[in-house]
Ligand binder design. Structure first.
Ligand SMILES: [Zn+2]
Length: 417
């Protein structure tokens, strides 16, 4: 009923190809294959000197393209063969290409002129990445959750009447049919992933190029996190955070292993060394990254054992703890060979902590829960809880002005509500 297949790209492809095919490039040299069976080993890809030649060879078939800062990637199908053509761009070429005005009347002409001359760096067949009949047959009976955990993605459309889901297993798209679930109804907030998770696959059929066919890891822009993200009792961890953040592991002197965001960990290790070498102070990781899932488990355990009221008072609400970011580190110290990690004992070590705090900003950290700012941060003074903010400059700006992160971000009013 609700067919949401994306076809915009394919329509665009037809127009552009018609124009580009006129540039007169010769079809590629020997392909050396009849490509009768799409599931056989990858056939040898034809050689193209320029993108223009590849475009002419592709003819009226479907294609997709993506422009990255360092490369133009063109993927198309011809007689059952799926080819990916990569043309690396110089900074000048990238600038020239991205300066073309998409809305101008002569855009297509200028684009094809640019591509006609653009040298090809690499041409590869994607057929080897296509799932064989045995492989697709082996998926029947698995659950949607197993597919999602195995690298399949949704988002290309579905038809609940037929239970056809257009799913991608890079670089291709397949029509995956699930056993009918009686209560499945479409709505604006229909959650495809949640819907298919418990359902069993009844068939998997090849469909064509997937949306990620032009994704080439080495040219993809690196996803980066917002090092100034605000997570507190009013502000939830962003939904895509956990899939974007890069965590690294570190083991403390007592053999306990912790996960911390990669840059934050490197900065912490520098801070640790600085304090040890110059002040003879030993600081160690005591509590760091905690997943939302883990926080939920902690919450559930407390609620089951001590009741909801107790959980609300003593356990951070899942999704609302700064420890979810990977940027927060609780330290403990070692003094005269003894580990000090009790909150009250650490608060009593005023001299040691003031020396530690004096070095935080130099390494990109701030003291997150300042004394006397409970009403702004929502937390009492915690001399052990540090927050990485990416650069010593920003850390000094915040620290030297005596601000909390809420105040620095101008969210103090919101937080105090
Ligand atoms: Zn903490």
């Amino acid at each position: 009923m609700d067919m949401k297949k994306t076809i915009a790209l394919l329509v665009a492809a037809a127009c552009l190809c018609a124009l580009l095919a006129a540039c007169g490039a010769k079809p590629a040299t020997e392909t050396g294959t009849t490509s009768e069976s799409a599931t056989e080993a990858a056939p040898a890809a034809p050689e193209f000197k320029t993108v223009g030649e590849a475009v002419a060879y592709a003819g009226d078939g479907n294609y997709q393209s993506s422009t990255y800062e360092k490369a133009y990637v063109y993927v198309f199908e011809k007689d059952g063969e799926y080819l990916r053509v990569i043309a690396e761009l110089t900074p000048e070429q990238y600038e020239e290409f991205s300066a073309l005005d998409f809305l101008a009347d002569d855009y297509a002409e200028k684009e094809s002129a640019f591509l006609a001359e653009l040298p090809v760096t690499k041409c590869e067949s994607l057929n080897g990445q296509m799932l064989s009949e045995e492989e697709t047959a082996a998926l029947v009976g698995k659950t949607g959750e197993e597919l999602l955990n195995g690298g399949w993605t949704t988002g290309s459309g579905y038809d609940l009447a037929t239970m056809d889901f257009y799913m991608e297993y890079s670089p291709f798209e397949y029509v995956v049919t699930f056993e009918k679930a009686e209560q499945l109804e479409n709505s604006d907030d229909f959650d495809e992933e949640a819907a298919i998770k418990p359902l069993k696959v009844t068939s998997v059929k090849f469909f064509g190029l997937g949306n990620s066919a032009t994704d080439v890891a080495e040219y993809m822009p690196e996803e980066t996190i917002d090092y100034l993200v605000l997570v507190n009792k009013q502000n939830k961890l962003p939904d895509d955070w956990e899939e974007t953040v890069v965590l690294e592991e570190s083991t403390n002197r007592w053999g306990e292993t912790y996960q911390v965001e990669a840059k934050a960990l490197a900065a912490f290790l520098e801070l640790q060394k600085d304090l040890l070498d110059n002040d003879g102070i030993v600081i160690e990781l005591d509590s760091t990254y905690r997943s939302v899932k883990r926080q939920q488990e902690i919450w559930d355990e407390f609620e089951a054992e001590k009741g909801l009221e107790y959980a609300q008072q003593y356990v951070a609400v899942p999704g609302y703890s700064e420890h979810h970011t990977g940027l927060a580190i609780d330290i403990c110290i070692e003094k005269d060979g003894v580990r000090i990690d009790d909150n009250d004992d650490m608060i009593a070590e005023k001299e040691i902590f003031s020396k530690i705090h004096a070095k935080l900003a130099d390494h990109g950290f701030i003291l997150r829960y300042l004394e006397g700012k409970d009403d702004v941060t929502g937390y009492a003074y915690e001399p052990w809880h540090f927050r990485y903010v990416d650069s010593p400059e920003i850390a000094h700006e915040i620290t030297d002005a005596g601000l909390t992160l809420e105040e620095y971000l101008g969210a103090d009013a919101e937080a105090a509500e």
